[in-house]
Design a protein around this ligand. Structure first.
Ligand SMILES: Cc1cc2nc3c(=O)[nH]c(=O)nc-3n(C[C@H](O)[C@H](O)[C@H](O)COP(=O)(O)OP(=O)(O)OC[C@H]3O[C@@H](n4cnc5c(N)ncnc54)[C@H](O)[C@@H]3O)c2cc1C
Ligand SMILES: *[C@@H]1O[C@H](CO)[C@@H](O)[C@H](O)[C@H]1NC(C)=O
Length: 500
């Protein structure tokens, strides 16, 4: 059979052999478990570098999930660098220009910042100067929101079109480990209910939030203190089209964003053991109807009520899982399998695509000629762990800290929540900074630290000055509690990001 190819170029023959090794012998440079957000992106990135890739996915049908529906501008930029921007087309995606935060009915618009492109401050200043001279207005960064399943199918299509990637519908069941060296050699999997195996110099595990494999490599479990419950509203009248909506009030936050021409996603955060969502009080449906529905902007209530009558309720845990360094020879954990943060800020896919960019740089054939060279790969993975932090530590810490404030359940957190909203109302850098961080555009952990404590101090100032002269002594003492709370909110997350 090979003889048939003797007349074509040697390169083509080699290509054919490599393709056969994947298809018939199930051998490749890289085996990836999970054709989700991360798996598809990494498969294409490595395939483009000439690596031979086997991508395993337990179900290639279009997923129907309530996750991964809003991609921040920093994620769109990474997608573009991966050559995958087209995947945002033909899926009825909606442009996102920023956020609308509604606090007890009071509204503040938070557009993505115009000038906060990546690069040093000088570069920024230089850019805006030249823009001014040209008399052009800088294009503002844009995000996209869409149906998750449609986007995933586009990403999978791109992986399938890449000649260096073979996509196989297979559920990985077990890692194959070399009994002498401990190196991971590949995975065992079930293909059409038959056991099978796939081998690679490198195995990448990207099997998502409920990863089957992560527990073998780290002792800690994801922590989920709340769930998002999802509804799909039809023809909802949003206060600010083309914006993500965050609705704050007495309860935990509600998110609303359009995911198609007619569809809008509502995600309602419900903390564990919430009394108004208990079975006795009518369960989650009762909570959504009696507590959440009346707290929404009036114009959204009809479509929300209709969805409540029509839809089956669906939920997902909102997990926190700090990142860890991959130290196992032959194995890399990535995506939600390795690192998760609260989805309030819609950061997961932005992290995944930026990780795919960084990983493919660090493991490029010029840096790592053979992925079988375990020592070099492990060194590169240590670099990966620290270098990704400029973006990911910001997104991780911001998501957790903001959630603590937005789901405020005590007096100090309430004071910080109000401080945060009033800070946004100041406008200018008080919104450009925070939303630039959230969008994955500003990659500077210190900027996050600065804005967080600026919010805390502003909250304390409001708290103290809101009291009359008589209340002053009590409020001065109370302000220590507010400051302490701010520290308790953020420092554990900062600490977790400093771990190797
Ligand atoms: C409620 C909620 C809302 C969210 N909203 C957003 C948002 O708006 N924006 C955003 O950026 N992020 C959001 N996220 C986070 C985002 O969805 C994830 O960070 C992202 O999907 C992670 O990508 P992944 O590739 O690691 O996992 P996934 O995208 O989940 O992919 C994992 C893949 O692995 C496959 N798989 C699993 N086990 C196996 C196996 N044994 N063998 C073979 N295949 C397997 C699965 O079928 C799946 O295709 C949200 C998360 C939650 C919980
Ligand atoms: C596939 O790999 C080969 C080298 O094996 C490389 O020359 C080629 O550019 C890759 N193809 C694509 C589409 O990336």
């Amino acid at each position: 059979m090979v003889g048939h190819y003797n007349h074509i170029l040697p390169v083509r023959r080699l290509q054919h052999k490599i393709e056969q090794a994947r298809r018939l012998h199930h051998e490749a440079d890289v085996v990836i478990v999970g054709a989700g957000i991360l798996g598809c992106a990494v498969a294409v990135a490595l395939g483009n570098q000439g690596r031979s890739v086997i991508l395993l996915e337990k179900s290639l049908r279009e997923p129907d999930r309530i996750v991964g529906e809003l991609l921040q501008p920093g994620g769109v930029a990474a997608l573009e660098r991966l050559g995958l921007r087209e995947c945002l087309e033909e899926i009825d995606a909606v442009k996102v220009y920023g956020y609308d935060v509604i606090y007890y009915g009071d509204e503040v618009r938070i557009p993505y910042p115009a000038n906060a492109v990546e690069g040093g401050e000088e570069e920024l200043a230089e850019k805006s100067r030249t823009d001014e001279m040209r008399g052009t207005k800088r294009k503002r960064p844009e995000g996209r929101s869409f149906h998750h399943g449609r986007f995933i199918q586009r990403l999978r299509q791109k992986a399938m079109q890449n000649p260096n990637v073979t996509v196989v519908e297979a559920a990985a069941t077990e890692l194959v480990r070399c009994s002498y060296t401990g190196k991971i050699l590949g995975v065992e999997a079930t293909v059409q209910s038959q056991p099978d195996s796939f081998f690679g110099d490198l195995t990448i595990i990207a099997d998502g939030y409920a990863s089957k494999f992560r527990k073998d490599f780290r002792p800690d479990l994801p922590v989920a203190k709340s769930k998002f419950w999802g509804l799909e509203l039809i023809d909802a009248h949003l206060p600010m089209p083309n914006h993500g909506h965050v609705i704050l009030g007495d309860g935990a936050p509600v998110l609303l964003y359009q995911i198609g021409t007619h569809e809008t996603r509502a995600l309602v955060d419900i903390p564990e053991n919430l009394p108004s969502a208990s079975l006795a009080a009518g369960g989650v449906k009762g909570h959504l109807r009696h507590v959440v529905l009346p707290s929404l902007p009036a114009q959204v209530q009809p479509s929300f009520a209709a969805a409540l009558d029509r839809d089956r309720l669906r939920s997902m845990p909102n997990s926190w899982l700090p990142p860890t360094t991959n130290k196992t020879p032959g194995l890399i954990l990535l995506g939600d399998a390795m690192n998760m943060r609260h989805p309030l800020t819609g950061g997961g896919m932005t992290v995944a695509f930026n990780d795919a960019v960084l990983l493919s740089e660090l493991l490029s054939p010029s840096a790592v000629p053979s992925l079988n060279d375990t020592a070099v790969v492990i060194t590169q993975m240590r670099t990966f762990h620290w270098r990704r932090k400029g973006l990911t530590s910001v997104i991780n810490i911001l998501a957790q800290a903001l959630y603590s404030l937005f789901a405020a359940n005590d007096a100090q957190l309430k004071a910080l929540q109000m401080g945060c909203f009033r800070y946004f109302k100041l406008g200018g850098n008080c919104i450009d900074g925070p939303v630039g961080l959230l969008a994955g555009i500003i990659r500077k952990p210190f900027v996050l630290f600065y804005h967080f404590f600026a919010v805390a101090l502003y909250a304390i100032w409001i708290y103290i000055t809101a009291a009359g002269l008589a209340g002053l002594p009590v409020r001065l003492v109370g302000s220590v509690g507010v400051f302490w709370k701010a520290c308790v909110v953020i420092f554990p997350y900062i600490y977790s990001e400093l771990q190797s």
